[in-house]
Design a protein around this ligand. Structure first.
Ligand code: GTP
Ligand code: MG
Length: 556
């Protein structure tokens, strides 16, 4: 193994495949904060189900200020058993909200049935778990407040970039920086609750007409790679395909079609429903030309950007796969966070869709790297290993015929890695690996865990693990791929040079500057040539970033 110069304090951290075992832990607090470590693995579906029932037991109430919680507690306690309350603010003129969790779903039912609508010509009464708490002139008895407690106040404000930088500067080594970044930017419990409540609103609103409707979150909100403020991807399904053959009375239903155009028409109707009736849903946009058509909207109460699609349940299984990969080894998620952050800082990723690499593709690149072949034995298994270990209950084939069968419970996985490299080494190796990867002739394949020969001329070819005929990164242009390779080479170079330790922006922070700034003083070999390259690759982007269409390239 190479020795990396920038290691400030050499430490030996040992990992195993499922649990993090550390002989010299960088900081006890860091480890204690990490929810994965030393916790029993909870399968994805179980996790989703418990979050969904948690949402059914919750309401979201707009209040005057955090201090309203005592009165709210007292008021809600007359309808049911309040277990937890979380406060946060959102908006420029801050709106205060308290999420109230009850013990039982029936508590929410009785609370909602005791709630009212304000009289007025312009509003249509709509049922939802979003309410506001109006003031009263009645005297409130103080004794009822004694059990009230806020779990959290001002719960969804992310750390500013400056604050993150300051925190990272204080770390002892790069591994600690990566863990700190992860622990301070990953999605919080409250944010997760708000996302499931947002999905619940849509589900509840169509329940009367579609009793089997489910609105399922997928993507980074649930796959373990979500950071604070990430978007919410949800898929709406209207049927569950469970028929009771013993029943003789059968509902009459209209034939709604199964083709793309009927799917589009239905999605449009739900878009209108959101726009016209559902409280909090704003900036509704229909993006119907994309391969997976979506309705985008912003939820003003939960402060979440949402992408609603229909029938695309393979996205949920993909999230399950990513969740499993992130749970197998405790280094995976922090490493993905560091690499996503790096890509964002150096301008490789962009919040709007286009020819650039997406967070999803980046995550797959990291997972493929951890499957080998650099590591012997690898840190992560191939998808084929999970497929071979699948049991009958893991068998899923979507309506579109996508086979999503693979082992869901990693406790039953016969795979272990004795790889003990720390995050700092892995980060460097990632950059080295992809700066030298033969993108011209090879594709990245998570099914086999090794690169395969490319099937077409796409610049970057990442085989969709669940639909092997598709390339996840088909949207990436050759220029963007070159930028990625160049930035990766540059990051590896910086991390191994003195530059990364000599400034206050050391270690992880040293690779967050765009290459053009850094390279100007750090490169001696082929300086002119490399400067020209950087100039071309990174300065051009200012002229080209704007004005591209909002056609989503996902699911290519
Ligand atoms: P961020 O939202 O950037 O935090 O990450 P994300 O993983 O949620 O990505 P995104 O919102 O773009 O996509 C949501 C999910 O849709 C992903 O996690 C994938 O499961 C799926 N997805 C996104 N892009 C593609 C694609 O190109 N092909 C396929 N098959 N699925 C995709
Ligand atoms: Mg997303």
């Amino acid at each position: 193994k190479r020795v990396f110069k920038h290691v400030k304090f050499k430490e030996k951290i040992q990992y195993n495949s499922k649990y993090f075992i550390s002989s010299s832990i960088p900081s006890k607090e860091l480890i204690a904060n990490d929810s994965i470590i030393n916790k029993k693995f909870v399968p994805f579906q179980k996790n989703i189900n418990s979050r969904r029932t948690e949402a059914k037991r919750s309401i979201l109430v707009q209040v005057q200020s955090a201090q309203s919680y005592k009165e709210l507690y007292s008021y809600c306690s007359s309808f049911g058993n309040v277990t937890q309350m979380f406060h946060y603010t959102t908006g420029i003129e801050p709106m205060h909200f308290i999420l109230v969790e009850f013990k039982n779903e029936s508590d929410v039912v009785s609370t909602l049935s005791s709630s009212t609508f304000v009289e007025g010509n312009s509003t249509t009464p709509v049922n939802s778990q979003f309410l506001w708490f109006r003031s009263t002139s009645k005297k409130i008895t103080k004794s009822k407040h004694k059990n009230a407690a806020l779990v959290i106040e001002d719960g969804i404000t992310p750390m500013t970039n400056d604050r993150i930088r300051e925190t990272l500067q204080k770390c002892n080594n790069v591994t600690e920086q990566i863990l700190t970044l992860y622990n301070n930017t990953k999605m919080t419990d409250l944010e997760c609750r708000l996302r499931f409540l947002t999905a619940r609103q849509m589900e509840l609103s169509v329940y009367g007409m579609f009793p089997h409707a489910r609105v399922l979150p997928f993507g980074s909100s649930v796959n373990g790679f979500g950071k604070m403020g990430c978007d919410l991807d949800v898929v709406l399904t209207l049927k569950d395909n469970k028929e009771d053959s013993s029943s003789r009375l059968v509902f009459h239903c209209k034939d709604s079609g199964v083709d793309r155009s009927s799917n589009l028409r239905n999605l449009e109707v739900f878009g209108d429903l959101l726009q016209l009736f559902l409280p909090g849903c704003a900036r509704v946009r229909k993006i119907l030309q994309a391969r997976v058509p979506i309705i985008k909207y912003y939820h003003q109460f939960t402060d979440v950007e949402c992408d609603l699609s229909m029938c695309n349940v393979s996205g949920v299984h993909m999230s399950d796969f990513l969740y499993i990969m992130g749970s197998i080894d405790s280094r995976v998620r922090p490493l993905v966070f560091a690499i996503r952050k790096w890509a964002q800082e150096v301008g490789l990723t962009n919040s709007s869709p286009g020819r650039w690499i997406t967070n999803f593709s980046l995550t797959l690149l990291v997972l493929a790297f951890l499957q080998g072949p650099l590591h012997s034995p690898p840190i992560l298994p191939s998808l084929n290993t999970l497929v071979k270990s699948a049991e009958s209950k893991d068998s899923f084939i979507t309506d579109e015929g996508v086979n999503c069968s693979f082992l869901r419970d990693i406790e039953k996985l016969h795979f272990s890695s004795v790889n003990i490299e720390n995050l700092e080494v892995l980060l460097c190796e990632f950059f080295e690996y992809y700066s030298q990867f033969d993108f011209k002739s090879k594709s990245v394949c998570l099914n086999e865990g090794v690169p395969l020969t490319k099937l077409d001329h796409s610049a970057l070819y990442i085989i969709n693990p669940l639909e092997r005929g598709l390339n996840v990164s088909k949207n990436v242009s050759l220029e963007e791929l070159e930028k990625f390779k160049f930035a990766a080479r540059n990051a590896a170079w910086i991390l191994q040079s003195e530059e990364s330790t000599n400034t206050s922006n050391w270690g992880l922070l040293s690779i967050f500057d765009k290459p053009n700034k850094k390279m100007a003083f750090s490169v001696s070999r082929n300086k002119n040539e490399r400067l020209m390259q950087v100039k071309q690759l990174f300065e051009e982007e200012d002229n080209t970033d704007t004005g591209h269409s909002e056609v989503d390239n996902r699911r290519t």
